[in-house]
Design a protein around this ligand. Structure first.
Ligand SMILES: *Cc1c(COP(=O)(O)O)cnc(C)c1O
Length: 371
């Protein structure tokens, strides 16, 4: 029995009857751009993330890029972020005209370390861009405590964390709605995935939300009148419909991911060569990825591959060491925890539709390797 890293066809089979009739109706109307489903999804995702406003856009990358553009960064302006993330996080900073400043992570959660953020602030710092990696929130209240007194906006990269929550001052708070802006991705492999690309920004400030709505439509509030230069970054109505139909399942899917994660951790936790993911006690994790630290990672990877077990290394090359950022001047050793994580991590299948025999297959293959 092969176990894929992700099986989107299994999800499709479960829910296609809820989605296809709505798509057919839209296709017959031929009203593809900025239809009512987009606004409905914006309302729903804003509610889910405890934010006042949702602004659909073309991708998670654009959901980062548009708020960064709203900052009107000047050459040399710095945005502090993590190097242990998907490329888009830092690419968006560059493409908005800023300079990414990479800081190290906390070894337990792989999330950005607040003390390192504080140490990296300079007079050129214009914003913080933390990532809620693998589906659990970064210590956002500590980042806000650094940012808010200095007037620095925090943009949350919540692309892997839709619906994830954290207890702050005794109350549950959701990913995305805590900063100045939050970014979600609906890339098909994300926990809430479209049937193509899509993204959403959430924000609490009404003026910012209006500005972002303009920026995604070439900077014009009224058609053919342009107050500033934006771009074309709309969320397709077809994708919004798919997402609206999937959204009621999200809480259950996240619960199943958590159950699979607990199963793996119980079954692998006694192996000295394996360190299961650590859940920050303040967090409710949604396990976009179930990511272990292991000894002899590359050998384990070859063993899993030979046994038909899907897995992946997120992320093998930290962003501060990517060739495209060489001119930023980082050297190996600059971010030791990030670099160690890049050598040790491996992510296992954790999608909701996994069966117990599949989970056992993964566990047995790992146990056999370290026996
Ligand atoms: C997926 C992802 C993005 C980008 O989203 P796209 O929709 O693929 O553009 C950005 N940041 C992180 C952390 C992601 O996982």
């Amino acid at each position: 029995m092969n176990v894929p890293l992700l099986d989107l066809v299994a999800q499709y089979r479960d829910i296609k009857d809820e989605i296809l009739p709505a798509l057919q109706e839209l296709i017959e109307s031929q009203q593809f751009i900025m239809g009512t489903a987009v606004g409905q999804l914006e309302t729903e995702v804003a509610r889910l993330s405890d934010a006042a406003h949702g602004i659909g856009c073309a991708s998670g990358t654009d959901a980062l890029l548009l708020p960064l553009k709203a900052l009107a960064l000047q050459p040399g302006d710095e945005v502090v972020t993590t190097a242990f993330t998907f490329f888009a996080t830092a690419g968006a900073i560059h493409n908005a005209g800023g300079r990414p400043v990479f800081v190290d992570i906390e070894p337990d959660t792989f999330n950005i370390a607040p003390a390192a953020v504080e140490a990296a602030l300079t007079p050129r710092t214009r914003a913080l861009l933390p990532v809620h990696l693998f589906g659990q929130l970064a210590p956002i209240e500590r980042l806000l405590a650094v940012a808010t007194p200095r007037g620095l906006p925090v943009i949350e990269d919540a692309c892997q964390a839709i619906g994830a929550r954290r207890r702050i001052d005794g109350a549950w708070r959701a990913a995305g709605g805590l900063g100045w802006a939050g970014a979600f991705s609906f890339f098909p492999s994300k926990n809430l995935g479209a049937w193509g690309d899509g993204g959403m920004i959430v924000a609490n400030d009404a003026v910012l939300a209006e500005r972002l709505r303009r920026l995604r439509l070439h900077g014009g509030a009224k058609q053919y009148h342009h107050d500033e230069i934006g771009t074309n970054s709309r969320l397709d109505t077809l994708q919004a419909l798919v997402l609206l139909r999937k959204l009621p399942h999200l809480a259950d899917w996240s619960a199943r991911r958590r159950a699979h994660a607990a199963y793996y951790t119980a079954a692998l936790g006694d192996l000295p060569a394996v360190r299961p993911p650590v859940i920050d006690p303040a967090n409710e994790h949604i396990f976009h990825q179930y990511t272990l630290r292991v000894e002899r990672r590359d050998e384990l990877s070859a063993h899993l591959k030979a046994n038909g077990i899907g897995h992946a290394v997120y992320y093998p090359v930290p962003l501060h060491l990517q060739p495209c950022f060489a001119d930023l001047g980082y050297r190996p050793g600059a971010l030791p925890e990030t670099e160690r994580a890049a050598r040790e991590v491996v992510s296992l299948p954790v999608y909701p539709e996994l069966t117990t025999p599949q989970l056992d297959r993964v566990v047995d293959a790992i146990r056999a390797f370290y026996r």
